[in-house]
Design a protein around this ligand. Structure first.
Ligand code: NAG
Ligand code: NAG
Ligand code: NAG
Ligand code: NAG
Ligand code: NAG
Ligand code: NAG
Length: 389
């Protein structure tokens, strides 16, 4: 009896040990694939701010006519010095609504249908303007950091350019002539850039299985301390052994919520005609689920900046889509009910311009706030630990 027990114990121990070894190997691999690009980023970090359309042809916001969220978005854009275009949406008719719904077993709500139509309207608007080759589409309730244009976008774009320069780009009649980089990398290197989402969550193993050249972990001192991030985001980062104040850029694995993403003409056209022309038969909860499905198509190349640079301000349950494989998003039940957007840090959206104060003065006031201090600067000045969530 004793011996038997011992044997089982030994077996269990051996199993545990081998699991631990495998996990350690995974972690080792994750560390190994993590590119430390601090040095190559530095010149861009201090120098080139992104232009007022963040290096895309235009920034287009999806906003219902008369939306109460619009004003705050316009003010936030002004404070951050970015240009946002808000195309008017037509008054959607019952025909528009039923035209979007699945013929069979529709499950989509009216609110979700209208939001979807708004997104398609933005895509039409973009494609209509043939001078634009890329676009960033935002929802009108997103928040973003004061450091978006000056730090976060330049870093993310640099990471994307680095990755893009190593990708095999499928030949296209338009870009065969050159591999010249533009702000977000070689044209046709990507179809969708997910910069605003409610989580791209996966196991460490899925990340480790990506080709080494497709994952970049880069320092971004504007990222709030992990303890100040949403619980799911911070536990994801610590599971992945990502050091504090670093973001990831990688092929999208499981992103949800369409807070902000960039498209090319080709990919916008594919979304309009192929992936999200309407609800799928059998039912789709919302537009973002169709986008997730598009991103699972290997011919539609989505990339995620993680944690996100845009997040909506209120956890309206509209798009807490739960989708195959135990999806969950950062806005589900366990939110702490605060008004501030998750994971953003120095969000501009809540900043009310005071009576008699100019926008520039409001911007300066925000810059002076504790939550807007840039961690890296503090570290350089040896003031480590001064930062609080
Ligand atoms: C990246 O490299 C810089 C400079 O070489 C170094 O200070 C920093 O600690 C490194 N970061 C990581 C995560 O290894
Ligand atoms: C910003 O840069 C992009 C890419 O170079 C360009 O297409 C866009 O027109 C620029 N925006 C402005 C406002 O100059
Ligand atoms: C911000 O608003 C001020 C007026 O309040 C205006 O003069 C300025 O051009 C705006 N800036 C941007 C970037 O829209
Ligand atoms: C196309 O977009 C550019 C850049 O935002 C803008 O200047 C131009 O007016 C637009 N053209 C049309 C026809 O909307
Ligand atoms: C891209 O490829 C070059 C040469 O093969 C390599 O030195 C570099 O580290 C790669 N960059 C990334 C981001 O993987
Ligand atoms: C619609 O629902 C019916 C009844 O549940 C089912 O038999 C049918 O397969 C469904 N159709 C689709 C396209 O999901």
């Amino acid at each position: 009896m004793e011996r038997r027990t011992n044997r089982w114990l030994l077996l269990a121990l051996a199993l545990l040990l081998s699991i631990t070894i495998v996990r350690q190997a995974d972690i080792g691999r994750i560390r190994h694939v993590a590119h430390n690009i601090t040095n190559s980023l530095r010149p861009l970090y201090t120098g080139a701010h992104a232009n007022t359309t963040l290096g895309f042809g235009a920034i287009i916001a999806v906003s219902r006519p008369g939306s109460s969220r619009r004003e705050a978005l316009i003010r936030a854009a002004n404070i951050t010095e970015i240009d946002i275009t808000i195309p008017e949406q037509p008054q959607w008719t019952e025909d528009d609504i039923s035209g979007l719904r699945a013929v069979e077993n529709s499950t989509i709500t009216r609110g979700s249908t209208l939001a979807w139509l708004g997104h398609l309207n933005a895509l039409h608007y973009f494609l209509h303007n043939t001078t634009l080759s890329t676009v960033l589409i935002l929802e009108d309730d997103v928040d973003f950091s004061l450091h978006l244009r000056t730090h976060q976008i330049p870093l993310a774009a640099t990471a994307m350019r680095m990755v893009a320069s190593n990708l095999t780009i499928p030949p296209s009649p338009r870009n065969h002539k050159s591999r010249l980089q533009n702000y977000w990398g070689i044209p046709n290197a990507w179809d969708l850039l997910y910069v605003g989402h409610c989580g791209d969550f996966y196991t460490p193993e899925s990340l480790a299985s990506l080709p080494q050249s497709q994952l970049i972990i880069y320092p971004d001192a504007t990222l709030p301390p992990y303890a100040a991030l949403h619980g799911k985001t911070s536990s994801q980062l610590s599971d992945l052994h990502v050091p504090e104040a670093h973001r990831l850029l990688h092929p999208s694995i499981s992103p949800l919520c369409t807070f902000a993403f960039a498209l090319t003409r080709h990919s916008a056209h594919r979304i309009l005609t192929q992936y999200a022309a309407r609800e799928a038969d059998g039912g789709t909860e919302a537009y973002d689920v169709r986008i997730l499905e598009a991103c699972r198509d290997p011919t539609f190349r989505c990339w995620t900046v993680n944690p996100e640079l845009f997040h909506h301000v209120k956890a309206e349950s509209e798009i807490a889509a739960v989708n195959g494989g135990g999806q969950w998003s950062v806005d589900e039940a366990d939110g702490d009910g605060r008004e501030e957007a998750f994971n953003i840090g120095c969000g501009v959206r809540g900043l009310a311009v005071r009576e008699g104060e100019s926008v520039a003065e409001a911007r300066e006031r925000l810059r002076g706030e504790e939550r807007c201090r840039i961690g890296g600067v503090e570290r350089e000045e040896g003031k480590q630990g001064a930062q609080r969530g």
